[in-house]
Write a protein that binds this ligand. Structure first.
Ligand code: HEC
Ligand code: HEC
Length: 170
């Protein structure tokens, strides 16, 4: 009987205590460390309901000079413009110049043997489907300011470092 009489007020007290604890926890959370800045290279810090002024469109480099590759298996960058080059299931404009049989007339570099190989290393008669959509791996270049930093170090420079010395090569 005694317990039952006490239960009602106790229940209320426990409920009130929990409510206060929850409110305090919520307040502490909202006062915590500021949220990490959102990296959005395209929009920058423009709020979503505002319109940003679009970045300049840089012209694509068209110097026809092959670039040095930065590592052995890098897909070479494209040294010419590719505007309007059609690549779909019916036609591949790139292969029009870069196919083994077209390269001589086009004075281009034929795609290497890897482009004719399937995943089991069988050499096919035509470009392998996994190498068909060229711009998945090869990209044209523009003389634009990089959107994000980059601390890439060529493996040859890495090999020249003294053993045990870390950090950038600068
Ligand atoms: C009209 C012929 C032609 C077409 C079409 C063409 N290319 Fe080229 N490409 C060349 C020639 C010629 C070169 C040699 C460098 C130069 O003159 O620009 C070259 C160079 C390249 C290179 C550099 C290779 C290296 O080893 O550095 C890549 C990569 C490349 N092209 C990719 C492409 C892609 C991808 C397409 C299709 C979107 C394409 N090309 C369409 C003619 C062409
Ligand atoms: C899955 C990625 C990938 C795709 C797709 C791809 N390539 Fe490549 N390409 C590479 C890589 C990696 C290399 C360098 C190593 C090698 O030859 O495999 C290369 C090399 C080349 C080279 C230089 C060959 C040489 O002997 O120096 C040319 C030209 C080229 N690709 C053109 C093309 C064209 C044209 C297409 C579309 C038909 C294409 N690639 C599709 C990854 C790709």
């Amino acid at each position: 009987m005694f317990m039952q009489a006490l239960w009602r007020p106790m229940r209320l007290a426990v409920f009130l205590l929990l409510a206060v604890v929850a409110a305090l926890a919520a307040q502490a959370q909202s006062k915590g460390a500021p949220p990490a800045p959102v990296v959005d290279s395209m929009r920058g810090s423009t709020p979503v309901d505002k319109e940003s002024s679009p970045p300049i469109l840089y012209p694509t480099e068209n110097k026809d000079v092959r670039r040095t590759r930065n590592y052995a298996m890098q897909p070479p960058t494209i040294p010419h413009t590719i505007d309007g080059y059609q690549v779909d299931k019916d036609f591949n404009r790139c292969m029009f110049c870069h196919a083994r049989t077209a390269a001589e007339a086009a004075k281009s570099i034929p795609v290497s043997i890897t482009h004719y190989m399937d995943r089991d290393n069988n050499v096919l008669a035509d470009v392998s489907p996994r190498r068909y959509f060229c711009t998945q791996c090869h990209v044209p270049q523009a003389d634009a300011k990089p959107l994000v930093g980059n601390s890439f170090v060529d493996v040859e420079q890495l090999l020249q470092r003294k053993p045990g010395v870390m950090g950038s090569s600068k």
